[in-house]
Design a protein around this ligand. Structure first.
Ligand code: PMT
Length: 404
C-alpha cells in the first residue's frame, strides 16, 4: 500500500482511451491511494461516470455548477486536495486549454487552480499529436513543469498507425508513483554535473562557442537533487533556466571549466559531464575590438583546450563513477566508444545531435547509454526522463562495482 495517504485527482477527457483510465483508478486504489475523478462531458459519453464512481468509491465531478456541500467550491476543493493531478487520456483540446489557461468546464477550471504536480497521458490521432499547434502547446506545458507519460506509437482506434496511443495503465501508475514517492537512491552521494557551452573570447565583442543551452545538464542536476544527492552544478553559458535549489558555479571558458571541475573532482562520488566545452581557443586574445583589414583575409590561430573529462578520468578513484556525453554528427557509437575508453569513463551518453528532437537546445533527446558491457538505446524522450535513465544506470554501475 505504497500510496496510502495520497490523493490522486484524475481528469478524464473525451478520448476513446478513457476506458483504460478505469484500470488506472483500480490500480491506484489497490496501492492505497484516494482517487477523485473529474470527467469532461465528452468523456462521460464514452464511459459512464458510474463506472468511475464505483471504482473510486466517490462522486465523479462533471458539472462545474453541481454542489457537493453547502459552501464547497468544488473545483477549488479538488485542486487543493490533489497530491498529484493526472489527466488521462489527455486530448489535444485539454492540452491546448492547459497551455493557454482556458477554464470553461470543471476539469480545466480545477487544473488552472491546482498547485499540485501535473502529469498528462496524451492520447489522440497521430496527425493531431504531430500538429505544430499541439507540439507547441506541449512545449509550453513542459516548460511549465507539466510531466508527460507517452504517448506511445502503435495502432490507433481511428485506423492510423503512429504516435498517439495512450500509455498503458501500468506505465501511468508508475509515473504517478515516481512523482508521489520519488526515489532517494542517491542519498549520501556527492554529484557534480556540468552543463552549457563555454565561450572562448577573441576580443571584447567576439567569441567562439556552441548551441548548448544547459537543458540536459540541468535536468540531470535536478533529478540527482530530487533523488537525494548533494548536487553541484558547474556551468558555462546557458540559456535555459537552472534548477533553483542546486548550488551553481559559473564559468565562461573551457580553461575555467577545467579548473572548476578538476579542483572539486576529488570530493565527488559521481561526475556527469553534459557540458559542451570548446575544444579550441584563440591563440591570441586581443584587448581591443579587431578592426577590418580592408578586404584582406584574416587568419586566426586556434590552440587546443585541455580535455576536462580526460583529466578527471586520469585521476579517477575506484569509488568514483564518471559519466561523459558524446555529441556526434557521424559514427555515433564508434566515436562514443572511443571516448569512453580514452577518457576513462564508466558510462558515456551518446547523442546524434543531427537528429530532430536530439542534442542542443531542445527539451528532448535520443541517446545510447554505452558502458564496457554494452549499449542500451533510449528512444526520443524528455531530457528529464533521460536524466532519470542515466541516474538509474549510475546506481546500477555503483552497485555492481561494490559487489565486485
Ligand atoms: O545543453 P543542451 O542544449 O541541453 O544540449 C545538450 C548537449 C548536446 C550539449 C549534451 O547532450 C551533450 O552531448 N554534451 C556533450 C557535448 C560535447 O562536448 O561532446 P564531445 O563529444 O565533444 O565531448 C565528449 C565529453 O568530453 C563530454 O562529456 C564533454 O563534456 C567532455 N569534454 C569535451 C571537450 C573538452 N575540452 N573537455 C571535456 O571534458
Amino acid at each position: 500500500m505504497r500510496l496510502t495517504g495520497k490523493t490522486v485527482v484524475l481528469g478524464v477527457t473525451g478520448g476513446i482511451a478513457a476506458y483504460k483510465s478505469v484500470e488506472v483508478v483500480s490500480r491506484l486504489r489497490k496501492k492505497g491511494a484516494a482517487v477523485r475523478v473529474i470527467m469532461t462531458e465528452n468523456a462521460a459519453k464514452l464511459v459512464a461516470p458510474l463506472t468511475f464512481e464505483t471504482l473510486s468509491n466517490g462522486p465523479v465531478s462533471v458539472d462545474t455548477f453541481a454542489r457537493e456541500g453547502a459552501f464547497d467550491v468544488q473545483h477549488i476543493t479538488l485542486a487543493k486536495a490533489a497530491d498529484v493531478f493526472v489527466v488521462a487520456p489527455a486530448t489535444a483540446n485539454i492540452l491546448a486549454k492547459m497551455a493557454w489557461g482556458l477554464a470553461d468546464d470543471m476539469l480545466s477550471t480545477t487544473l488552472l487552480a491546482t498547485k499540485a504536480p501535473v502529469l498528462v497521458a496524451p492520447a489522440m490521432n497521430t496527425g493531431m499529436w504531430t500538429a505544430e499547434a499541439t507540439q507547441r502547446n506541449c512545449e509550453i506545458l513542459r516548460e511549465r513543469g507539466v510531466r508527460f507519460v507517452g504517448p506511445e506509437g502503435g495502432f490507433l482506434a481511428c485506423g492510423d498507425e503512429g504516435a498517439g496511443r495512450m500509455s498503458e495503465p501500468a506505465a501511468i501508475v508508475e509515473a504517478i508513483e515516481a512523482i508521489l514517492c520519488p526515489k532517494r537512491d542517491l542519498e549520501g552521494l556527492r554529484v557534480m554535473v556540468t552543463a552549457g557551452a563555454t565561450r572562448e573570447r577573441l576580443d571584447p565583442v567576439r567569441f567562439l562557442s556552441n548551441d548548448s543551452s544547459g537543458k540536459m545538464g540541468f535536468a540531470i542536476a535536478e533529478a540527482a537533487k530530487e533523488r537525494g544527492a548533494e548536487t553541484l552544478l558547474v556551468c558555462g553559458v546557458t540559456t535555459a533556466e537552472a534548477p533553483a535549489d542546486v548550488p551553481l558555479v559559473r564559468v565562461e571558458s573551457t580553461q575555467e571549466l577545467y579548473e572548476a571541475v578538476t579542483g572539486r573532482a576529488g570530493d565527488m562520488d559521481v561526475i556527469i559531464q553534459a557540458a559542451a566545452p570548446a575544444d579550441y581557443r584563440f591563440a591570441q586574445r586581443f584587448p581591443e575590438k579587431l578592426k577590418k583589414q580592408s578586404g584582406a583575409p584574416l587568419t586566426l590561430e586556434l590552440v587546443e583546450n585541455p580535455d576536462i573529462a580526460a583529466a578527471v578520468g586520469k585521476n579517477k578513484r575506484s569509488s568514483q563513477t564518471l559519466v561523459g556525453f558524446a555529441a556526434e554528427t557521424e559514427h555515433l557509437r564508434e566515436n562514443a566508444k572511443a571516448k569512453l575508453k580514452k577518457k576513462n569513463l564508466d558510462l558515456i551518453v551518446a547523442n546524434d545531435v543531427t537528429q530532430p528532437g536530439a542534442g542542443f537546445n531542445v527539451d528532448t533527446n535520443i541517446a545510447a547509454l554505452i558502458t564496457e558491457e554494452g549499449i542500451e538505446e533510449r528512444p526520443l524522450q524528455s531530457k528529464r526522463a533521460l536524466a532519470e535513465d542515466i541516474l538509474d544506470k549510475v546506481v546500477e554501475l555503483r552497485k555492481r562495482a561494490k559487489a565486485e
